[in-house]
Write a protein that binds this ligand. Structure first.
Ligand code: HEC
Ligand code: HEC
Length: 198
């Protein structure tokens, strides 16, 4: 069997490190000059209408950035995403998915209680499925399903309204059906509850 001479491996690493570094530098530059202003350098988001990206799943971020680029999802992000290459998208997703998770302190416990019911049991009277069947027991999401835990309440509420109106329709209609069955109270309650999950 061929064995790599002991010196060859460090040498190869030395050769390729500048290349790897260059890619990282490019991505960091994009974050510093663009993403940071709205999503924060740590993915914490500078306003409650901008989604938190901290600890969001890598493949979900890749899908959303690609959808924005190809105009399958319409919004503020179309212009930003239009200029991104596939490898930059992967680098950006790597960066934000690795940032530590954040959460909100919930004060209105009555409203959060309604949200807890919807999140864990849905609304059997209007056929709303429990959110945790897809988004995870604690809103942690999965490889392809977004993390909701610790997301801004206002952003969650806005997305649910967009799914309802079909102004966001890159979800294969799954979220449209669910959002169309939520009352305004249920929507605000579940958004508040999810924002406090960690
Ligand atoms: C001008 C503010 C702004 C800038 C700059 C910006 N974003 Fe966004 N981003 C938004 C808003 C607002 C949304 C929510 C969707 C919408 O309303 O269009 C969003 C949504 C997203 C989403 C989808 C999140 C989700 O949970 O579905 C991702 C991923 C994202 N942005 C990544 C980035 C990256 C990476 C950059 C830098 C290249 C960036 N954004 C730059 C405002 C911005
Ligand atoms: C059958 C599975 C399923 C159920 C049940 C479900 N969702 Fe979703 N949800 C999805 C999928 C899939 C997406 C991602 C769509 C995409 O790729 O753009 C999503 C996306 C979302 C988003 C957008 C997140 C972001 O970062 O932009 C929100 C908010 C959301 N769901 C809230 C809820 C709430 C609240 C409930 C319960 C009332 C719920 N979902 C139940 C499958 C589900």
């Amino acid at each position: 069997m061929y064995r790599c001479p002991p010196l060859l491996l460090p040498l190869l690493l030395l050769l390729f490190t500048p290349l790897l570094h260059a890619a990282d530098e490019g991505v960091l530059q994009i974050i510093e000059t663009q993403c940071k202003h709205c999503h924060g350098a740590e993915g914490e988001a500078s306003s409650t209408v901008f989604p938190r990206l901290a600890h969001q799943h890598k493949n979900y971020i890749i899908k959303q950035l690609t959808d924005f680029r190809e105009k399958r999802r319409i919004g503020t992000m179309n212009e930003v995403a239009a200029k991104l290459t596939d490898s930059e998208i992967v680098g950006l997703a790597d960066y934000f998915s690795a940032k530590p998770a954040l959460s909100h302190r919930v004060r209105d416990m009555d409203l959060a209680g309604v949200g807890h019911f919807i999140f864990t049991r849905g609304n059997p009277y209007s056929e709303v499925p429990a959110c945790n069947t897809c988004h995870g027991e604690n809103g942690e999401g999965s490889d392809t399903l977004p993390r909701l835990a610790g997301q801004h309440k206002q952003y969650i509420s806005l997305q649910l309204q967009e799914f309802d109106r079909r102004t966001r329709n890159n979800d294969n209609a799954i979220m449209h059906l669910i959002a169309s069955r939520l009352s305004a109270l249920e929507r605000e309650a579940v958004a508040l509850y999810a924002s406090g999950l960690r």
